[in-house]
Design a protein around this ligand. Sequence first.
Ligand code: TYM
Length: 375
Amino acid sequence: MPRRSALMLAVAARCGALVPRARPLRPLTTLAESAAPAEERRERVLSGVQPTGTLHLGNYLGAIRQWVQFQDDYDSFFCVVDLHAITAPHNPKLLQQETLDAAALYIAAGIDPEKSPIFVQSHVTAHAELCWLLNCMTPINWLERMIQYKEKKQKQGENVGVGLFDYPVLMAADILLYQAGLVPVGEDQRQHLELTRDIARRFHDLYCKRKKRVFREPKALIVKEGARVMSLTDGRAKMSKSAELDNSRINLNDDPATIARKIKKCKSDEFTGLEWDNPDRPEATNLLNIYQAVTGMERDAILAEVGDLSWGGFKPRLADAVVAHLEPIQLKYAEVKEDKAYLSGVLKSGAERADETATRTLDAAKAAMGFAPRF
Ligand code: TYM
């Protein structure tokens, strides 16, 4: 059983958490893993969301919902990536609250902080430090190829900062620090995961010849349904926190009336009936995908139920299904937000547990690169 602080036990008691059942061990391939205590050698999952604005249905269906499913089978770490949130111009008055709200949503969505540490990225300094080490060995042209950088750079224009360019290296540091084998993310993160693997390989080629490797190469875990939830106002654009129009997304804390209004107003088309995968009907595919993700029904059953409906007939059903799916999450969210001491306890103990693992990898990386040890 992992070592637990009194605080963690108190947190566990409040959550009614159970002791995790035995999970498969992973092969010990890296230096940091060999140094880890036996109980920390299970297959590892790490993921995170930026606390920019409110988390939306895309974040939930593409990422967070899978985290909840995996936490019983893997050793998981989930962070609120606040250092990533400042790679675009941000409001310092909102960052703290949005960070806490994101953490509260992780718990509300079903992450049990006793099973899976939840922490704030900037509370574990190893993230920024490993990012620097990796910066110094990552070729610039690898970063110039990143699609998200190119897209976001266009939006930010003159104000684009070095941090936006470096974003994928920080993300690689997040993942590699925890020896994560699996990273559950939406489709838009696939390229960043490939870059993370490339960075790990280059590090090993440069610094680990004939020595034990430092990092584990991670794989992206991408769901079939929900991997790419599209905007409500344009079925060809991704649902996004940074899109100007709030009507383009369903925020996880939107009330039922707002959800119904956004879906009622969302873009539709002139065709009759509803169908999947018609390239001229991206909105139909998107809304059916959302319906499928929140109801858990098979495609055939959905088409039998709503395939002949008009948009006007389908939209209220979709709104009801989304509201029903989000209702328990919203109730729990309100509860967690209310209990500030509980949330800060979760984040304190999460950062302590994360720091222990991350520091072990950071020390191994520094040793491989030839830094003098701390005396
Ligand atoms: P962020 O905050 O942009 O997105 C968080 C997660 O939500 C997924 N996602 C979507 N999935 C489906 N449809 C959408 N419309 C949609 N929009 C977002 C993203 O794929 C992501 O999984 N760079 C990461 C944050 C990060 C991270 C990490 C993730 C930083 N370090 C380490 C995993 C591991 C990001 O895009 O955040």
